[in-house]
Design a protein. Structure first.
Length: 597
DNA sequence: GCCGTTTTCGGCCCGACTGTTTTCAGTCG
């Protein structure tokens, strides 16, 4: 079982235990362990195989270790069987509805015998939900809306699409009177590949009326399809695209605390607060406060401020981190994957020096009109020159990918002439001649060895037979990695965000093999792919597998995809030294030449 | 169910909103 599957099983168990009415702190213990598992970069199976005790993992004790062990060994959980004997399994699904948690789900089940979404919908329409104690007519209506929303809008929005959607709104907000500063927080700021909704923060100096006016201005912005709510501190709207956007208006004294709080991740925030608590501090979106002991509080004025404790930070994010003994942590790292430990000031903070756009010297994956690209070799060269690259590679598709007009050996040789012409026209850039070669179903490559030996660069790619099972798919790719001419495995899992899941493949085995055969893995920077995932990039870094960030541009404008790619690379903790395309021309030539001809 | 710089018991992240109440439980981010 994969870590995700194990986390999924434990989450379902925790949901059901919660509905069953288990000790809330026991539930929290499950969630803590799940969070740890979700943050792991190594497979739990590998940890067990290496003989390391699972109880070394934070939040994992004796019981949790045994649950995980059971799942790994048998794929089942005996405790789950016990719980589902009492609580219907489908009930956990109801808690996914907005406004329905474990308590309400339990009540609906016990009192109305409601288990499924359909049954709940009927009960809400018939009026029996509104008649329940603790529920009312509004609750019933809210449940119906939530059911509708769950059915209608499940998906997440790609970050780049979200950026485009909110750009006019941000411009509109910037012109609102009293707005001193604007920042997009949430997963958007953390550079996630997709976002659920967008959180915008606005710093406004002034009274409640001034803040309320900014919220009202926000609700009248461009593209607003629906106003969900609007008050003095917060407004919620839905854009025409269906993207939900929240605005929060804040005074300067808590700007940094709010920015930190609303940037998240939730897991990161929980960890920071737990840490603060151990130091006698309280962290909230309003600031960092020293917790006074109860007696001292009683002797002070009974004002709200006194009971809140002394504010020691809040205006900037840096001072919030500093107040809890941490260096400022870049938002891309805030996933509770070890960044808090790395930021400990008294442990000489050793946060990674993340790869930056200025480090990039070139791009090793792009297409031209020879296969399915929109621009010529010459035009791509011009585009790369404008980006200031030292080098780049032309890598059209190989012959078997006929839908993309893949190149036969003869056409590849003909293309060499055109590349030579471009090289002559652009002497300041080194142009490499490569190919994105298909990995065939049996793991062999789509071009004869003599052709592969004639190229500067060989990228290996899966474009077909996504239907193979994990064992077969993995074996197929491992065979390709073992070919002595392959420099990199590109878009290694084949996912298309929001459209196609990764094909089943053992990424851990692929990374280990890549290390063994000295093959780089690609981070495909196309915002629809962003493949590899950041967690796998982190793992590649751990294993010492080289990463190459490529745009896979099919037209000149797509060369700009390097930016979203680098954001994801940063989320994988990659530094310039881990990324192949930060190398200067000489070093890159040596890197290419290491694969014996 | 986990954990320990007040350690083997007694704690466990924080604040706000909503709808239902008449002082609060449940839910959310």
């Amino acid at each position: 079982m994969t870590n995700a599957e194990i986390a999924g099983s434990l989450t379902e168990l925790a949901d059901l235990l919660e509905i069953q009415g288990a000790n809330p702190f026991r539930i929290r213990a499950y969630r803590n362990a799940i969070r740890t598992i979700q943050g792991l970069t190594r497979p739990l199976s590998a940890i067990v195989d290496d003989g390391e005790p699972l109880t070394d993992l934070p939040g994992v004790g004796k019981d949790m270790a045994s649950h995980i062990g059971e799942l790994l060994a048998t794929g089942r959980l005996s405790l789950m069987d016990e719980v589902t004997a009492e609580v219907p399994r489908e009930l956990a699904r109801l808690t996914r509805l907005d406004g329905v948690g474990p308590k309400k789900a339990r009540k609906l089940w016990k009192e109305l015998d409601v288990v499924t979404l359909e049954e709940l919908e009927q009960a809400a329409k018939s009026g029996s939900v509104a008649g329940l104690e603790g529920f009312g007519e509004k609750s019933a209506q809210k449940i119906l809306r939530a059911i509708d929303a769950l059915r209608r809008h499940q998906g997440r929005t790609r970050r780049r699409d979200a950026a485009a959607a909110i750009a006019p709104l941000l411009e509109h907000l910037a012109s609102a009177p009293g707005v001193e500063e604007l920042e997009v927080a949430g997963s958007f700021r953390r550079g996630s590949d997709t976002v659920g909704d967008v959180d915008i923060l606005a710093r406004v100096e002034g009274d409640a009326a001034a803040r309320g006016a900014v919220v009202e201005h926000f609700t009248k912005g461009p593209g607003v399809a629906e106003i969900v709510g609007a008050g003095d501190t917060k407004g919620s709207i839905v854009l025409d695209s269906g993207l939900a956007v929240d605005l929060r208006v804040l005074p300067g004294e808590s700007w940094g605390a709010a920015l930190h709080y609303f940037t998240g991740s939730k897991e990161h925030n929980v960890e920071v607060r737990r840490r603060a608590q151990q130091q006698g501090l309280r962290v909230s979106e309003y600031g960092v406060f020293r917790v006074g002991d109860a007696e001292a509080d009683a002797t002070e004025d009974a004002t709200e401020e006194a009971s809140e404790g002394e504010r020691i930070a809040g205006a900037t994010e840096s001072e919030v981190f500093e107040a809890v003994g941490l260096a400022w942590i870049p938002p891309v790292l805030r996933e509770n994957r070890g960044e808090i430990q790395a930021a400990e000031l008294n442990g000489a903070a050793d946060l990674p020096d993340l790869v930056r756009p200025g480090d990039i010297r070139g791009d090793l994956h792009m297409h031209t009109t020879w296969s399915d690209g929109k621009n010529s070799v010459m035009e791509m060269a011009e585009g790369c020159r404008e980006l200031g690259y030292a080098w780049f590679a032309i890598t059209d598709h190989s012959q078997s990918l006929t839908v993309a007009n893949g190149l036969t050996p003869a056409r590849l040789r003909a293309q060499a002439l055109e590349i030579a012409e471009a090289q002559a026209a652009f002497p300041e850039i080194r142009i490499f001649r490569g190919c994105e070669v298909d990995i065939l179903k049996d793991g062999t490559l789509d071009l004869p060895d003599d052709m592969l030996e004639d190229l500067d660069l060989v990228l290996a790619a899966v474009h077909t037979h996504f239907e193979l099972d994990q064992a077969a798919q993995t074996e197929r790719v491992l065979k390709a990695l073992a070919h002595p001419r392959v420099h990199a495995l590109v878009h290694p899992t084949g996912r298309l965000l929001g459209r196609r899941d990764p094909y089943p493949i053992d990424v851990e085995a692929v990374l280990v093999a890549a290390r063994e055969h000295d093959v780089a893995v690609e981070l495909n920077a196309n915002p629809r792919r962003l493949d590899l995932h950041d967690r796998h990039l982190f793992r590649a870094r751990e294993l010492g597998v080289e990463v190459v960030v490529n745009t896979d541009a099919h037209q000149v404008s797509q060369l700009e995809f390097m930016a979203p790619g680098l954001l994801q690379a940063q989320r994988g903790w990659l530094e310039a030294g881990h990324v192949v395309n930060t190398r200067e021309t000489d070093a890159l030539e040596a890197w290419l030449a290491r694969k014996a001809r």
